[in-house]
Design a protein around this ligand. Structure first.
Ligand code: MLT
Length: 407
């Protein structure tokens, strides 16, 4: 008799964004005449930057020739892209990252979900609350938690991000092994300063912990004082892994390309307390389970770093940041307080009521989809997240409808 992985049975019935999609689909079936505006899941709406499209087309044409055809590529990514990443995203900011420390993949969701399999099952995990659900759910699947009780999994150390700490969690009081951090934050849109991040890096060094730093939204940072990478912080190479994505920065949600940076010094410990480098283990996993991102997609990603690509991506992000401003202003006018939206595409709004109730109200009365804060964790209760990923016209229309619904 085949037994199931019982840990899957501990999971909440469905993944947050699938749950929301089902509710929205049911609403649309019941009210086919209503036009729904989606400011829920952070999915981009604008076309790919022309520089990426040109490189994409060119690479497809190469694949149509005998001389230019490529079969399996290097699992870790083509050198042209790894070099461009190391130089532009890190070395240009003074962060010492080399091309062979970059692993190109098809998504930060997959990488942040998969990385935990490198670590012991009895590792103590510290996870922010509220949080992007992937970090938590993948540790539940692996069996690192107990049951779900009163809105939380037993065995997880929750790092509360609340109004009281300006949505940047304090260091845990208990010892932890693996620490998930995400800045600019999903879902709150909050940011972390270099000084605050240094506190985490120092803590990880002192306590032999490891930080998994999700920087998928770094391209939205407009405040020049804020760090874009954890590797801008001294001492981070030994204690941090960073995740990046082209999904939100260049509109690749449907095209799929991301990368993970594992410095050569980055370490965990074996049963005898000896240092073990993580780089060769992640490389081993990558080669065993992944055959690389397609050549045309990697060429499209490389074009992000061309002068035109950079300008076009900046314009794309500026547009979404302007939407976030429109959202924030409208909510302020309605008397709501919020964070985020200035260096992030998410606006985190204190709703003054149950967050699923607020979700239903906005859907039913305004025809606008948000993400209920409670779906991101206990500390998200009472909040909703509005995403800036839509056209300006739709965001303006959505906020007019929300104003009417809430006034
Ligand atoms: C979100 O809405 O939180 C993100 O789009 C989800 C993701 O990137 O997987």
């Amino acid at each position: 008799m085949l037994r199931i992985n019982e840990h899957y049975l501990k999971l909440q019935a469905s993944y947050l964004f699938s749950d929301i999609a089902k509710r929205v689909a049911a609403f649309q079936t019941a009210h086919p005449e209503r036009e729904v505006i989606k400011l829920g899941i952070g999915d981009v709406t604008n076309p790919l930057p022309p520089a990426c499209i040109a490189a994409f087309h060119k690479a497809v044409d190469e694949m149509a020739t005998t001389a230019g055809f490529r079969g399996y590529g290097p699992e870790q990514g083509y050198d042209f892209l790894r070099q461009a990443i190391a130089v532009n995203d890190f070395q240009a900011r003074g962060a010492d990252i080399q091309a062979d420390e970059v692993f190109v993949s098809d998504g930060a969701k997959c990488d942040t979900g998969n990385i935990q399999e490198l670590f012991a099952l009895d590792a103590t995990i510290a996870i922010p609350d509220p949080v992007y659900p992937v970090y938590l759910d993948t540790n539940v699947m692996a069996g690192r938690t107990g049951m779900f009780k009163d809105g939380r999994y037993e065995g997880i150390v929750y790092l509360e991000s609340t109004k009281a700490n300006n949505f940047v969690p304090d260091l845990p009081k208990e010892p932890v092994d693996l620490i998930y951090l995400c800045f600019p934050n999903n879902p709150t849109g909050s940011t972390i300063t270099k000084e605050q991040l240094k506190v985490w890096v120092d803590f990880a060094r002192e306590t032999k912990a490891l930080i998994l730093f999700d920087a998928a939204y770094e391209a939205f940072i407009r405040d020049s004082q804020l760090p874009h990478s954890i590797f801008e912080i001294e001492g981070a190479r030994e204690v941090a892994i960073e995740f990046r994505s082209y999904s939100k920065s260049a509109g690749f949600t449907g095209t799929r390309c991301a990368y993970t940076v594992v410095p050569k010094e980055c370490r965990a410990f074996d049963a005898h307390g000896n240092k073990q480098a993580i780089h060769p283990l992640w490389n081993r996993r990558h080669c065993t389970k992944f055959n690389g991102v397609s050549y045309p997609v990697q060429r499209a990603a490389e074009a992000v770093y061309s002068p035109e690509g950079k300008a076009q991506c900046t314009a794309l992000i500026d547009g979404y940041l302007n939407n976030a401003k429109i959202i924030g202003q409208a909510m302020s006018e309605l008397g709501y307080t919020y964070v985020g939206g200035d260096n992030a595409p998410y606006v985190w709004i204190e709703g003054g009521r149950d967050s699923w109730e607020f979700f239903d109200l906005l859907l039913n009365k305004a025809g606008v989809v948000c993400t209920p804060g409670a779906g991101f964790g206990k500390c998200g209760q009472g909040y909703i997240r509005l995403s800036a990923f839509n056209s300006e016209a739709n965001v303006v229309k959505a906020m007019e409808r929300i104003k009417e619904a809430l006034q």
